[in-house]
Design a protein around this ligand. Structure first.
Ligand code: FMN
Length: 491
Protein backbone atom coordinates (compact mmCIF):
# COMPACT_ATOMS: atom_id res chain seq x y z
CA UNK A 1 0.00 0.00 0.00
CA UNK A 2 2.76 2.45 -0.70
CA UNK A 3 2.04 5.82 -2.23
CA UNK A 4 3.71 4.88 -5.45
CA UNK A 5 2.50 1.32 -5.69
CA UNK A 6 1.57 0.68 -9.28
CA UNK A 7 -1.47 -1.42 -10.03
CA UNK A 8 -1.55 -2.45 -13.60
CA UNK A 9 -4.72 -4.44 -13.36
CA UNK A 10 -6.67 -4.61 -16.52
CA UNK A 11 -10.15 -3.46 -15.62
CA UNK A 12 -12.89 -5.52 -17.19
CA UNK A 13 -16.45 -4.65 -16.25
CA UNK A 14 -18.43 -7.62 -17.54
CA UNK A 15 -21.91 -6.05 -17.54
CA UNK A 16 -23.79 -3.08 -18.93
CA UNK A 17 -27.06 -3.39 -17.07
CA UNK A 18 -28.46 -4.97 -13.93
CA UNK A 19 -29.52 -8.17 -15.70
CA UNK A 20 -26.06 -8.80 -17.07
CA UNK A 21 -24.68 -8.11 -13.60
CA UNK A 22 -27.09 -10.70 -12.14
CA UNK A 23 -25.87 -13.27 -14.68
CA UNK A 24 -22.27 -12.60 -13.58
CA UNK A 25 -23.19 -12.94 -9.89
CA UNK A 26 -24.86 -16.23 -10.78
CA UNK A 27 -21.68 -17.47 -12.50
CA UNK A 28 -19.85 -16.76 -9.26
CA UNK A 29 -22.39 -18.96 -7.47
CA UNK A 30 -23.54 -16.02 -5.36
CA UNK A 31 -27.14 -15.55 -6.51
CA UNK A 32 -30.05 -16.90 -4.46
CA UNK A 33 -33.59 -16.90 -5.78
CA UNK A 34 -36.32 -16.29 -3.23
CA UNK A 35 -39.90 -16.87 -4.15
CA UNK A 36 -43.23 -15.87 -2.67
CA UNK A 37 -42.11 -13.40 0.03
CA UNK A 38 -44.08 -10.21 0.56
CA UNK A 39 -42.96 -6.58 0.18
CA UNK A 40 -44.83 -5.45 3.28
CA UNK A 41 -42.37 -7.07 5.66
CA UNK A 42 -40.48 -10.15 4.55
CA UNK A 43 -38.13 -8.78 1.86
CA UNK A 44 -36.99 -6.08 4.28
CA UNK A 45 -36.35 -8.71 6.96
CA UNK A 46 -34.15 -10.68 4.56
CA UNK A 47 -32.26 -7.54 3.48
CA UNK A 48 -31.36 -6.74 7.09
CA UNK A 49 -30.10 -10.27 7.63
CA UNK A 50 -28.02 -10.43 4.46
CA UNK A 51 -26.47 -6.97 4.49
CA UNK A 52 -24.60 -7.46 7.75
CA UNK A 53 -22.71 -10.44 6.36
CA UNK A 54 -19.87 -9.65 3.97
CA UNK A 55 -19.92 -13.13 2.49
CA UNK A 56 -23.68 -13.36 2.02
CA UNK A 57 -25.27 -13.91 -1.41
CA UNK A 58 -27.30 -11.45 -3.44
CA UNK A 59 -31.01 -12.29 -3.25
CA UNK A 60 -33.49 -11.91 -6.09
CA UNK A 61 -37.09 -11.97 -4.94
CA UNK A 62 -39.79 -13.07 -7.36
CA UNK A 63 -43.44 -14.14 -7.18
CA UNK A 64 -44.10 -11.35 -4.75
CA UNK A 65 -47.75 -11.51 -3.67
CA UNK A 66 -49.97 -8.90 -5.30
CA UNK A 67 -47.71 -8.06 -8.25
CA UNK A 68 -47.22 -9.80 -11.60
CA UNK A 69 -44.80 -12.72 -11.58
CA UNK A 70 -41.43 -11.53 -12.88
CA UNK A 71 -41.63 -8.15 -11.13
CA UNK A 72 -38.68 -8.55 -8.81
CA UNK A 73 -36.59 -7.03 -6.02
CA UNK A 74 -32.84 -7.50 -5.70
CA UNK A 75 -30.87 -6.87 -2.54
CA UNK A 76 -27.35 -7.18 -1.10
CA UNK A 77 -25.38 -6.71 -4.30
CA UNK A 78 -22.06 -5.80 -2.69
CA UNK A 79 -20.48 -8.71 -0.84
CA UNK A 80 -18.19 -11.73 -1.37
CA UNK A 81 -16.45 -12.05 -4.76
CA UNK A 82 -18.97 -9.90 -6.60
CA UNK A 83 -17.51 -6.78 -4.98
CA UNK A 84 -14.46 -7.22 -7.20
CA UNK A 85 -16.53 -8.30 -10.20
CA UNK A 86 -18.65 -5.13 -9.88
CA UNK A 87 -15.54 -2.98 -10.11
CA UNK A 88 -14.11 -5.14 -12.88
CA UNK A 89 -11.09 -6.14 -10.80
CA UNK A 90 -9.40 -9.45 -9.96
CA UNK A 91 -11.11 -11.71 -7.43
CA UNK A 92 -8.01 -12.16 -5.27
CA UNK A 93 -7.75 -8.53 -4.14
CA UNK A 94 -8.78 -7.92 -0.53
CA UNK A 95 -10.88 -4.86 0.32
CA UNK A 96 -7.87 -2.56 0.67
CA UNK A 97 -6.32 -3.91 -2.52
CA UNK A 98 -9.65 -3.41 -4.24
CA UNK A 99 -9.79 0.20 -3.12
CA UNK A 100 -6.21 0.82 -4.26
CA UNK A 101 -6.79 -0.81 -7.63
CA UNK A 102 -10.01 1.14 -8.08
CA UNK A 103 -8.09 4.34 -7.37
CA UNK A 104 -5.35 3.52 -9.84
CA UNK A 105 -7.91 3.10 -12.61
CA UNK A 106 -10.09 5.98 -11.46
CA UNK A 107 -7.14 8.37 -11.54
CA UNK A 108 -6.52 7.54 -15.15
CA UNK A 109 -10.08 7.65 -16.38
CA UNK A 110 -11.13 10.75 -14.40
CA UNK A 111 -8.83 12.77 -16.64
CA UNK A 112 -11.05 11.93 -19.62
CA UNK A 113 -14.72 11.43 -18.74
CA UNK A 114 -16.48 9.63 -21.58
CA UNK A 115 -19.61 11.36 -22.90
CA UNK A 116 -22.72 9.19 -22.86
CA UNK A 117 -24.29 8.10 -26.11
CA UNK A 118 -27.92 8.78 -26.89
CA UNK A 119 -29.99 5.98 -28.44
CA UNK A 120 -33.65 5.93 -29.42
CA UNK A 121 -34.42 2.25 -29.03
CA UNK A 122 -33.88 0.80 -25.60
CA UNK A 123 -35.19 -1.80 -23.15
CA UNK A 124 -36.29 0.95 -20.74
CA UNK A 125 -38.76 2.14 -23.40
CA UNK A 126 -40.63 -1.21 -23.40
CA UNK A 127 -43.32 0.33 -21.20
CA UNK A 128 -44.10 4.04 -20.94
CA UNK A 129 -46.88 4.99 -18.57
CA UNK A 130 -48.33 8.48 -18.55
CA UNK A 131 -51.40 10.45 -17.47
CA UNK A 132 -54.07 8.70 -15.42
CA UNK A 133 -52.34 5.34 -15.84
CA UNK A 134 -49.42 6.43 -13.66
CA UNK A 135 -49.26 4.35 -10.50
CA UNK A 136 -45.89 4.07 -8.80
CA UNK A 137 -47.42 2.02 -5.97
CA UNK A 138 -47.88 -0.98 -8.26
CA UNK A 139 -44.19 -1.92 -8.09
CA UNK A 140 -43.23 -4.28 -5.24
CA UNK A 141 -41.44 -1.59 -3.23
CA UNK A 142 -40.55 -3.11 0.12
CA UNK A 143 -41.03 -1.57 3.52
CA UNK A 144 -37.35 -1.97 4.32
CA UNK A 145 -37.24 -1.66 8.12
CA UNK A 146 -39.87 -2.72 10.58
CA UNK A 147 -39.89 0.70 12.24
CA UNK A 148 -40.46 2.51 8.93
CA UNK A 149 -44.16 2.24 9.78
CA UNK A 150 -45.28 1.36 6.32
CA UNK A 151 -43.32 4.05 4.46
CA UNK A 152 -42.20 2.60 1.12
CA UNK A 153 -38.85 3.67 -0.27
CA UNK A 154 -38.60 2.82 -3.96
CA UNK A 155 -35.32 4.72 -4.14
CA UNK A 156 -32.44 3.19 -2.18
CA UNK A 157 -30.29 1.58 -4.88
CA UNK A 158 -31.39 4.40 -7.18
CA UNK A 159 -30.00 7.64 -8.54
CA UNK A 160 -31.51 11.01 -9.43
CA UNK A 161 -30.55 12.78 -12.63
CA UNK A 162 -30.77 16.60 -12.52
CA UNK A 163 -29.36 19.50 -14.47
CA UNK A 164 -27.87 22.68 -13.03
CA UNK A 165 -30.18 25.51 -14.10
CA UNK A 166 -27.31 28.00 -14.47
CA UNK A 167 -24.31 25.95 -15.47
CA UNK A 168 -26.11 23.25 -17.43
CA UNK A 169 -24.21 20.23 -16.14
CA UNK A 170 -25.87 16.93 -15.33
CA UNK A 171 -25.54 15.50 -11.83
CA UNK A 172 -26.29 11.94 -10.80
CA UNK A 173 -26.76 11.25 -7.09
CA UNK A 174 -28.35 8.65 -4.84
CA UNK A 175 -30.96 9.95 -2.44
CA UNK A 176 -33.70 8.04 -0.67
CA UNK A 177 -37.03 8.21 -2.52
CA UNK A 178 -40.32 7.70 -0.72
CA UNK A 179 -43.65 6.92 -2.34
CA UNK A 180 -46.50 9.20 -1.29
CA UNK A 181 -49.27 8.42 -3.74
CA UNK A 182 -49.80 6.94 -7.19
CA UNK A 183 -48.15 9.92 -8.85
CA UNK A 184 -46.03 11.55 -6.18
CA UNK A 185 -42.72 10.70 -4.55
CA UNK A 186 -40.32 12.73 -2.43
CA UNK A 187 -36.57 12.58 -2.25
CA UNK A 188 -34.40 13.70 0.61
CA UNK A 189 -31.06 15.44 -0.13
CA UNK A 190 -28.83 16.62 2.70
CA UNK A 191 -27.54 20.19 2.56
CA UNK A 192 -24.37 20.65 0.54
CA UNK A 193 -24.76 17.68 -1.84
CA UNK A 194 -24.56 18.55 -5.52
CA UNK A 195 -28.14 17.45 -6.09
CA UNK A 196 -29.17 19.72 -3.23
CA UNK A 197 -27.33 22.65 -4.78
CA UNK A 198 -29.33 22.07 -7.98
CA UNK A 199 -32.54 21.79 -5.99
CA UNK A 200 -31.87 24.99 -4.02
CA UNK A 201 -31.11 26.91 -7.21
CA UNK A 202 -34.44 25.97 -8.85
CA UNK A 203 -36.28 26.83 -5.63
CA UNK A 204 -34.54 30.22 -5.36
CA UNK A 205 -35.38 31.01 -8.99
CA UNK A 206 -39.01 29.91 -8.56
CA UNK A 207 -38.60 27.35 -11.36
CA UNK A 208 -39.92 23.79 -11.64
CA UNK A 209 -37.06 21.32 -11.28
CA UNK A 210 -36.91 18.46 -13.82
CA UNK A 211 -35.82 15.14 -12.32
CA UNK A 212 -35.45 11.56 -13.50
CA UNK A 213 -35.07 8.87 -10.85
CA UNK A 214 -33.43 5.67 -12.01
CA UNK A 215 -34.38 2.58 -10.01
CA UNK A 216 -32.35 -0.40 -11.15
CA UNK A 217 -29.46 1.07 -13.04
CA UNK A 218 -26.38 -1.08 -13.40
CA UNK A 219 -24.39 -1.41 -10.15
CA UNK A 220 -21.28 0.38 -11.45
CA UNK A 221 -23.23 3.49 -12.44
CA UNK A 222 -25.02 3.30 -9.09
CA UNK A 223 -21.65 3.26 -7.29
CA UNK A 224 -20.56 6.36 -9.18
CA UNK A 225 -23.86 8.05 -8.32
CA UNK A 226 -23.38 7.59 -4.60
CA UNK A 227 -19.68 8.44 -4.57
CA UNK A 228 -18.26 11.93 -4.04
CA UNK A 229 -17.39 12.68 -7.66
CA UNK A 230 -16.23 16.31 -8.01
CA UNK A 231 -18.62 19.21 -8.59
CA UNK A 232 -19.53 19.82 -12.22
CA UNK A 233 -18.65 16.29 -13.36
CA UNK A 234 -21.39 14.00 -14.70
CA UNK A 235 -21.22 10.58 -13.05
CA UNK A 236 -22.56 8.93 -16.24
CA UNK A 237 -19.39 10.04 -18.01
CA UNK A 238 -17.21 8.69 -15.22
CA UNK A 239 -19.05 5.35 -15.29
CA UNK A 240 -18.58 5.22 -19.07
CA UNK A 241 -14.89 6.05 -18.86
CA UNK A 242 -14.37 3.50 -16.07
CA UNK A 243 -16.00 0.82 -18.19
CA UNK A 244 -14.22 1.90 -21.34
CA UNK A 245 -17.42 2.26 -23.35
CA UNK A 246 -19.99 5.06 -23.29
CA UNK A 247 -23.11 4.65 -21.23
CA UNK A 248 -26.07 4.35 -23.57
CA UNK A 249 -28.89 6.68 -22.58
CA UNK A 250 -32.30 7.78 -23.76
CA UNK A 251 -33.75 11.21 -23.12
CA UNK A 252 -36.93 11.62 -21.09
CA UNK A 253 -39.97 12.77 -23.08
CA UNK A 254 -40.92 15.43 -20.56
CA UNK A 255 -37.64 16.64 -19.11
CA UNK A 256 -35.11 15.85 -21.82
CA UNK A 257 -32.85 14.42 -19.10
CA UNK A 258 -30.72 11.38 -19.96
CA UNK A 259 -31.13 8.01 -18.23
CA UNK A 260 -29.57 4.61 -18.92
CA UNK A 261 -31.10 2.71 -21.83
CA UNK A 262 -30.83 -0.53 -19.86
CA UNK A 263 -32.35 0.75 -16.60
CA UNK A 264 -35.18 -1.19 -15.01
CA UNK A 265 -37.53 1.60 -13.89
CA UNK A 266 -37.32 5.36 -14.39
CA UNK A 267 -39.58 7.94 -12.74
CA UNK A 268 -39.72 11.24 -14.58
CA UNK A 269 -41.29 14.44 -13.32
CA UNK A 270 -41.01 17.92 -11.90
CA UNK A 271 -40.73 19.47 -8.47
CA UNK A 272 -42.75 22.67 -8.22
CA UNK A 273 -41.08 25.30 -6.04
CA UNK A 274 -42.37 25.33 -2.50
CA UNK A 275 -44.35 22.10 -2.84
CA UNK A 276 -43.30 19.96 0.11
CA UNK A 277 -44.65 17.20 2.21
CA UNK A 278 -43.45 15.38 5.31
CA UNK A 279 -40.84 12.74 4.52
CA UNK A 280 -39.24 10.10 6.75
CA UNK A 281 -38.06 9.07 9.19
CA UNK A 282 -36.22 6.14 7.63
CA UNK A 283 -33.69 3.70 9.11
CA UNK A 284 -30.36 5.24 8.12
CA UNK A 285 -26.65 4.48 7.61
CA UNK A 286 -25.76 6.01 10.99
CA UNK A 287 -27.57 3.04 12.51
CA UNK A 288 -30.41 5.27 13.74
CA UNK A 289 -33.61 6.75 12.48
CA UNK A 290 -32.73 10.12 11.02
CA UNK A 291 -34.65 13.14 9.94
CA UNK A 292 -38.32 13.77 9.42
CA UNK A 293 -38.79 16.95 7.45
CA UNK A 294 -40.77 18.63 4.70
CA UNK A 295 -39.16 17.60 1.43
CA UNK A 296 -39.86 18.47 -2.23
CA UNK A 297 -42.64 16.60 -4.00
CA UNK A 298 -41.95 15.14 -7.41
CA UNK A 299 -45.09 15.13 -9.57
CA UNK A 300 -44.65 12.13 -11.85
CA UNK A 301 -45.20 12.75 -15.55
CA UNK A 302 -44.02 9.37 -16.83
CA UNK A 303 -42.89 5.99 -15.58
CA UNK A 304 -40.69 3.95 -17.89
CA UNK A 305 -40.00 0.32 -17.17
CA UNK A 306 -38.64 -2.81 -18.74
CA UNK A 307 -40.76 -5.90 -19.01
CA UNK A 308 -40.46 -7.76 -15.70
CA UNK A 309 -38.76 -4.85 -13.90
CA UNK A 310 -36.36 -5.29 -11.01
CA UNK A 311 -36.14 -2.90 -8.06
CA UNK A 312 -32.51 -2.53 -6.99
CA UNK A 313 -32.65 -2.28 -3.20
CA UNK A 314 -29.83 -0.92 -1.05
CA UNK A 315 -31.59 0.09 2.15
CA UNK A 316 -29.22 1.54 4.73
CA UNK A 317 -28.78 -0.52 7.91
CA UNK A 318 -26.90 -0.22 11.18
CA UNK A 319 -23.17 -0.37 10.34
CA UNK A 320 -21.16 -2.33 9.54
CA UNK A 321 -23.31 -3.34 6.58
CA UNK A 322 -23.45 -3.40 2.82
CA UNK A 323 -23.47 0.34 2.22
CA UNK A 324 -20.50 0.88 4.55
CA UNK A 325 -18.71 -1.90 2.66
CA UNK A 326 -18.89 -0.34 -0.78
CA UNK A 327 -18.48 3.17 0.45
CA UNK A 328 -15.33 2.23 2.38
CA UNK A 329 -13.79 0.89 -0.83
CA UNK A 330 -14.76 3.91 -2.93
CA UNK A 331 -14.35 6.68 -0.38
CA UNK A 332 -11.00 5.53 0.97
CA UNK A 333 -9.71 5.65 -2.60
CA UNK A 334 -11.03 9.15 -3.26
CA UNK A 335 -9.68 10.40 0.06
CA UNK A 336 -6.21 9.16 -0.76
CA UNK A 337 -6.43 10.84 -4.13
CA UNK A 338 -7.59 14.14 -2.66
CA UNK A 339 -4.94 14.13 0.06
CA UNK A 340 -2.18 13.53 -2.43
CA UNK A 341 -3.55 16.16 -4.79
CA UNK A 342 -3.77 18.64 -1.93
CA UNK A 343 -0.02 18.35 -1.54
CA UNK A 344 0.25 16.21 1.59
CA UNK A 345 3.31 14.07 0.88
CA UNK A 346 3.84 10.41 1.72
CA UNK A 347 0.27 9.39 2.35
CA UNK A 348 0.64 5.64 2.61
CA UNK A 349 -2.91 4.43 3.12
CA UNK A 350 -6.40 5.59 4.00
CA UNK A 351 -9.41 3.75 5.32
CA UNK A 352 -12.93 5.02 5.98
CA UNK A 353 -14.08 2.55 8.57
CA UNK A 354 -17.20 0.50 8.13
CA UNK A 355 -18.00 0.86 11.86
CA UNK A 356 -18.65 4.55 11.26
CA UNK A 357 -20.73 3.96 8.16
CA UNK A 358 -17.53 4.77 6.23
CA UNK A 359 -17.97 8.43 7.14
CA UNK A 360 -17.44 8.88 10.84
CA UNK A 361 -14.09 7.24 11.48
CA UNK A 362 -11.35 7.99 9.00
CA UNK A 363 -7.82 6.65 9.29
CA UNK A 364 -4.77 7.88 7.40
CA UNK A 365 -1.23 6.55 7.60
CA UNK A 366 1.76 8.59 6.57
CA UNK A 367 5.49 8.26 6.44
CA UNK A 368 6.39 11.30 8.54
CA UNK A 369 8.86 13.59 6.84
CA UNK A 370 8.88 16.74 8.98
CA UNK A 371 7.47 18.24 12.20
CA UNK A 372 3.81 19.12 11.68
CA UNK A 373 3.31 16.64 8.84
CA UNK A 374 0.87 14.55 10.89
CA UNK A 375 -1.27 17.58 11.82
CA UNK A 376 -1.29 18.71 8.21
CA UNK A 377 -2.49 15.30 7.06
CA UNK A 378 -5.23 15.03 9.65
CA UNK A 379 -6.61 18.53 9.13
CA UNK A 380 -6.66 18.09 5.38
CA UNK A 381 -8.27 14.67 5.71
CA UNK A 382 -11.03 16.08 7.88
CA UNK A 383 -12.09 18.54 5.20
CA UNK A 384 -11.54 16.73 1.91
CA UNK A 385 -14.77 16.52 -0.08
CA UNK A 386 -14.93 12.72 0.14
CA UNK A 387 -15.08 12.65 3.95
CA UNK A 388 -15.99 16.20 5.03
CA UNK A 389 -19.73 15.51 5.18
CA UNK A 390 -20.87 13.97 8.47
CA UNK A 391 -17.38 13.06 9.67
CA UNK A 392 -16.51 12.66 13.36
CA UNK A 393 -13.09 11.17 14.05
CA UNK A 394 -9.93 11.33 11.99
CA UNK A 395 -6.89 9.40 13.12
CA UNK A 396 -3.45 9.76 11.61
CA UNK A 397 -0.89 7.03 12.25
CA UNK A 398 2.61 6.02 11.18
CA UNK A 399 3.09 3.80 8.18
CA UNK A 400 3.67 0.63 10.21
CA UNK A 401 -0.01 0.63 11.22
CA UNK A 402 -2.55 -1.12 9.02
CA UNK A 403 -5.22 1.57 8.84
CA UNK A 404 -7.93 -0.87 7.79
CA UNK A 405 -7.44 -2.99 10.91
CA UNK A 406 -9.59 -1.43 13.61
CA UNK A 407 -7.77 -3.17 16.48
CA UNK A 408 -4.38 -2.09 15.22
CA UNK A 409 -5.62 1.45 14.65
CA UNK A 410 -6.98 1.68 18.19
CA UNK A 411 -3.74 0.23 19.56
CA UNK A 412 -1.93 3.10 17.89
CA UNK A 413 -4.42 5.58 19.35
CA UNK A 414 -3.94 4.08 22.82
CA UNK A 415 -0.17 4.01 22.71
CA UNK A 416 0.96 6.86 20.45
CA UNK A 417 -1.45 9.62 21.35
CA UNK A 418 -1.69 11.58 24.53
CA UNK A 419 -5.18 13.07 24.88
CA UNK A 420 -3.91 16.40 26.18
CA UNK A 421 -1.46 16.96 23.33
CA UNK A 422 -2.67 14.87 20.44
CA UNK A 423 -6.25 15.94 19.83
CA UNK A 424 -7.50 18.92 17.83
CA UNK A 425 -11.17 19.81 17.62
CA UNK A 426 -12.85 21.49 14.66
CA UNK A 427 -16.16 23.12 15.49
CA UNK A 428 -19.19 23.91 13.35
CA UNK A 429 -18.27 21.46 10.61
CA UNK A 430 -20.48 20.15 7.76
CA UNK A 431 -22.84 17.53 9.10
CA UNK A 432 -26.37 16.36 8.46
CA UNK A 433 -29.86 16.24 9.92
CA UNK A 434 -29.28 12.47 10.05
CA UNK A 435 -26.63 12.90 12.78
CA UNK A 436 -28.18 11.48 15.96
CA UNK A 437 -25.97 13.76 18.10
CA UNK A 438 -27.56 16.97 16.84
CA UNK A 439 -30.16 18.11 19.35
CA UNK A 440 -33.80 18.70 18.37
CA UNK A 441 -33.41 22.44 19.11
CA UNK A 442 -30.33 22.78 16.90
CA UNK A 443 -32.17 20.95 14.13
CA UNK A 444 -35.13 23.26 14.66
CA UNK A 445 -32.78 26.22 14.20
CA UNK A 446 -31.27 24.68 11.06
CA UNK A 447 -27.91 24.12 12.75
CA UNK A 448 -26.79 20.86 11.15
CA UNK A 449 -23.15 21.22 12.13
CA UNK A 450 -21.05 19.07 14.40
CA UNK A 451 -17.48 18.96 15.68
CA UNK A 452 -14.54 16.85 14.54
CA UNK A 453 -12.04 15.11 16.74
CA UNK A 454 -8.68 14.76 15.03
CA UNK A 455 -6.25 12.41 16.72
CA UNK A 456 -2.56 12.50 15.98
CA UNK A 457 -1.51 8.95 16.85
CA UNK A 458 1.91 9.18 15.22
CA UNK A 459 5.09 8.99 17.22
CA UNK A 460 6.02 12.67 17.89
CA UNK A 461 8.30 13.57 15.02
CA UNK A 462 10.99 15.36 17.01
CA UNK A 463 11.66 12.42 19.31
CA UNK A 464 10.35 9.51 17.26
CA UNK A 465 13.74 7.82 17.28
CA UNK A 466 13.62 7.65 21.08
CA UNK A 467 10.07 6.28 21.13
CA UNK A 468 9.56 3.01 22.98
CA UNK A 469 10.36 0.02 20.80
CA UNK A 470 7.37 -2.05 19.67
CA UNK A 471 7.20 -5.38 21.43
CA UNK A 472 7.20 -7.64 18.44
CA UNK A 473 9.80 -10.06 17.18
CA UNK A 474 12.28 -9.06 14.49
CA UNK A 475 11.38 -10.24 10.94
CA UNK A 476 14.06 -12.92 11.03
CA UNK A 477 12.70 -14.22 14.33
CA UNK A 478 9.16 -14.31 12.89
CA UNK A 479 10.45 -16.40 9.99
CA UNK A 480 12.36 -18.77 12.26
CA UNK A 481 9.38 -19.13 14.61
CA UNK A 482 7.11 -20.05 11.71
CA UNK A 483 9.51 -22.71 10.53
CA UNK A 484 9.97 -24.13 14.01
CA UNK A 485 6.52 -23.86 15.50
CA UNK A 486 3.75 -23.65 12.88
CA UNK A 487 2.85 -27.22 13.82
CA UNK A 488 1.61 -25.93 17.18
CA UNK A 489 -1.26 -24.16 15.44
CA UNK A 490 -2.22 -27.03 13.18
CA UNK A 491 -5.69 -28.41 13.84
C1 FMN B 1 -28.03 3.67 -0.54
C2 FMN B 1 -27.69 5.12 -0.40
C3 FMN B 1 -28.65 6.03 -0.04
C4 FMN B 1 -28.34 7.38 0.08
N1 FMN B 1 -29.32 8.25 0.44
C5 FMN B 1 -29.04 9.57 0.53
C6 FMN B 1 -30.07 10.49 0.87
O1 FMN B 1 -31.22 10.12 1.10
N2 FMN B 1 -29.76 11.81 0.91
C7 FMN B 1 -28.50 12.26 0.67
O2 FMN B 1 -28.25 13.46 0.72
N3 FMN B 1 -27.50 11.39 0.36
C8 FMN B 1 -27.74 10.07 0.29
N4 FMN B 1 -26.75 9.19 -0.04
C9 FMN B 1 -25.39 9.71 -0.24
C10 FMN B 1 -25.20 10.37 -1.58
O3 FMN B 1 -25.61 9.51 -2.62
C11 FMN B 1 -23.74 10.75 -1.79
O4 FMN B 1 -23.33 11.65 -0.81
C12 FMN B 1 -23.48 11.31 -3.17
O5 FMN B 1 -22.11 11.53 -3.34
C13 FMN B 1 -24.24 12.59 -3.39
O6 FMN B 1 -24.01 13.03 -4.69
P1 FMN B 1 -24.04 14.56 -5.09
O7 FMN B 1 -23.06 15.29 -4.22
O8 FMN B 1 -23.64 14.50 -6.52
O9 FMN B 1 -25.42 15.08 -4.88
C14 FMN B 1 -27.03 7.83 -0.17
C15 FMN B 1 -26.06 6.92 -0.54
C16 FMN B 1 -26.39 5.57 -0.65
C17 FMN B 1 -25.31 4.61 -1.05
Amino acid sequence: MSENASHNYKVHVPFDDLREWIAEADKLGELKHASGYNWEEEIGMAAELLQHDEKAPVALFDKIPGVPEGWRVLTNFFAAQRMNMTLGLPADLDKVGLSEAFLAHFREIAKNPLPYEEVTEAPILENIIEGDDIDITKFPTPVWHDRDEGRRYIGTGSFNVTIDPDENWINVGTYRVMIHSKNQVTFYISPGKHGRIHRDKYEAQGKAMPVCIVVGGDPLTFLMGCTEIPYGVCEFEIAGAYRGRPLKVVKGKHTGLPFPAGAEIVIEGFVQPGNRVEEGPFGEWTGYYGSKSAEPVLDIKAIYHRNDPIIFGCPPQRPPEEQARYRAVMRSALLKDELQKSGVPDVVATWCHEAGGSRQLTAVSIKQRYPGHARQAMHMAAQCRSVAYAGKYVVVVDEDINVADLEELMWAVCTRSDPDKSIDIIKNAWSTPLDPCISPWDKEAGNYTNSRCLIDACRPYHWKDQYAVVNMPKPETVKKTKEMFSWLLEK
